[in-house]
Design a protein around this ligand. Sequence first.
Ligand code: PEP
Ligand code: MG
Length: 784
Amino acid sequence: MAVLWLDEISAGDLEKVGGKGASLGELTGAGLPVPPGFVVTAGTYRSFIEEAEIDEELFDAVDVDVDDSSALAEAADRAQELILETPFPDELREEILESYGEVGDGEAFVAVRSSATAEDLPDASFAGQQETFLNVTEEDLLDRVRECWASLFTQRAIYYRQEQGFDHSAVNIAVVVQQMVDAEKSGVMFTSHPSTGDPTMIIEAAWGLGEAVVSGAVSPDNYVVDREDRDVDVTVAEKKVKHEKDEATGETVEREVPQDKRNERVLSDEEIGALMDLGERVEDHYGEPQDVEWAIVGSDVYMLQSRPITTIDESAGDGADAADAAGSADAAAGLTDGSGVQSAEEQTAASSAGASGSSSGEVLVDGLGSSPGRVSGPAKIVTKLDDLAKVGEGDVIVTEMTMPDMVPAMKRASGIVTDEGGMTSHAAIVSRELGVPAIVGTTNATTVLEDGQVVTLDGDKGSVLEGEEVDPEEETEPVEEVRPQSPVKPMTATEVKVNVSIPEAAERAAATGADGVGLLRTEHMILSLNQTPEKFIEENGTDAYTKELVEGIRGVADEFYPRPVRVRTLDAPTDEFRQLEGGADEPEEHNPMLGYRGIRRSLDRQDVFAHELEAFRRLYEMGYDNVEIMLPLVNDAEDVYRAKECMKEAGIDPEKRKWGAMIETPAAALSVEELAEAGIDFASFGTNDLTQYTLAVDRNNENVADRFDELHPAVLRLIGDVIETCREHGVDTSICGQAGSKPEMVQFLANEGITSISANIDAVRDVQHEVKRVEQKLLLDSVR
Ligand code: PEP
Ligand code: MG
């Protein structure tokens, strides 16, 4: 049998039909209304290559040095060519086409989706490698199936398998062929509250195919249903567009919703009832709350996908599948693109959880959702520091870019919107730590929004909407939000730590249950003095400067004691100093990111650095033996030896204290062996800088934000090599860049054997679970 029908498949058939096939089969078997379809099994792929006798040539072709990019490209081309040019045996061709003829009316539009059986890969979606095709008909079906098979041999897929040590010949691929649903209405449903787990179902619905909802192209209606009394709280949104199939071409197109339907409620009470019944059945079947994608055609309700709400990993890859089944393109791919932009599912989840009240819902500006949450308040346009005084409790700050001296106002604000910046900009980092929803890189918020205008900020979707949508009473406490929800935090061999940039965030950071602080940035302690270090010392003396640092660090060290707190010495680019008093004396730099910052500045101004190190000496003297010293932006062993000398001169014994270097430049990564010989105890990846310097992409430049990819193979290769070298030299490894909060990076690092991962406050909980999952998988694999 070359194919298996969905109703013949259950969850246990993973080997035969891959993850997607097994999940759809399980739902079908449970009697849930899944669109009909079949799976061309993994065994079929296998016999295809074996019977055509291309298997050996195929595996030989991809057995190359993946670090040699031209060899890799050639290997991928050759492997794909072998598959694409091998004709289908007649029998197989007939069986697949015959099966197709039994789907729907025999001429149905189907989705053709790869379903890899290599579930022992960290995540099949990790490399984003496998193909999906929508709106396929008989004519193209066989070609599409073969293209799915060939997608097992893209450059990225080959690279990742090789890097992860997986045997190419052990990986198989099945292909799901499933009828597309021409949805009149569609959306998502959380069978229990996505953040509290309360028995409250949340349904989002819009006209047409599901892509419009999951991609955020449309603000959907929101239905909050109390599962006990079935009481429904409805928020009807203005739905300007919908996605539907173009009858002529079969393509999915975006169309305007007719005026009279825009503000019409999508779901009737009966439909909500039907969805609730479905939600309860699927939750019962799996025994845990589910995140379901559904579609309605006429009076039929279909389930396109279901996955546990809490499983971060699956929300990335499978989300795309669900959207695909609904007739959408790869709408949910956002999570894996490395830009830090969240997946459509996450966006939907968060907006569902937070939405209430009413507003016109019109999107005024868009940007990068850099700190999650949904809040409403009057916009306050801040163009100069004097404007900060007008920012009151609950206002939304709208500014070109935030500056360190804005922190007090940022704490008062309910939300922050900036014209400039990316996911690692000051505004993004500080707002996340404060737990204040934020959107950065809008390009035009300060010109489009008006002072005093009431707006709703959706920090998950990255959009600012007109009007008030969130009752301030409903906003949650930032400290409460991050507390672990299960009473026992996952125990992991890889430590999970937290990043802190402003001492004020220490309590919130500690509430996460993190194993320590992987990065405490000292910049904000100094920049918030409103004077450059030199100026502050000139006016207040060296002792006052040291004291400021001692107090700032101590607050965090206390909060975490005895858990370790890795404190980084000063690293602010000159353009940040320029805003401060004394800033006029800063060197004029053409490109401050490549300039006078980090250890370069410290070694150049050892007179100032000495007072910084004196703060560490005092802390050690006070008994804060949990404090560790981390050196930023080192390039080579010489930087480390010189800094070590400075430590000694300041009365710190490098042999007795734990200290290390950040790996933020390719130079540092390539000289890590020498750094180890210079005596570092740890190497910590600053992926914000490592990515910018490896890819030549300015991390603060929104014009190239889409090219800022911490998961780029070149960055991963540097990281992987450093971890290996450090392991050989007994040096701990860690990550403290923004990417440590991304599931894909966490999977990669845990697999590589990193010692610790330091995440943003709001990501710690998810990272703990993700690490646990990878570790369990590694353990299982080792005994299988
Ligand atoms: C980094 O570069 O990844 C990092 C953590 O340092 P910063 O963001 O402060 O430059
Ligand atoms: Mg850095």
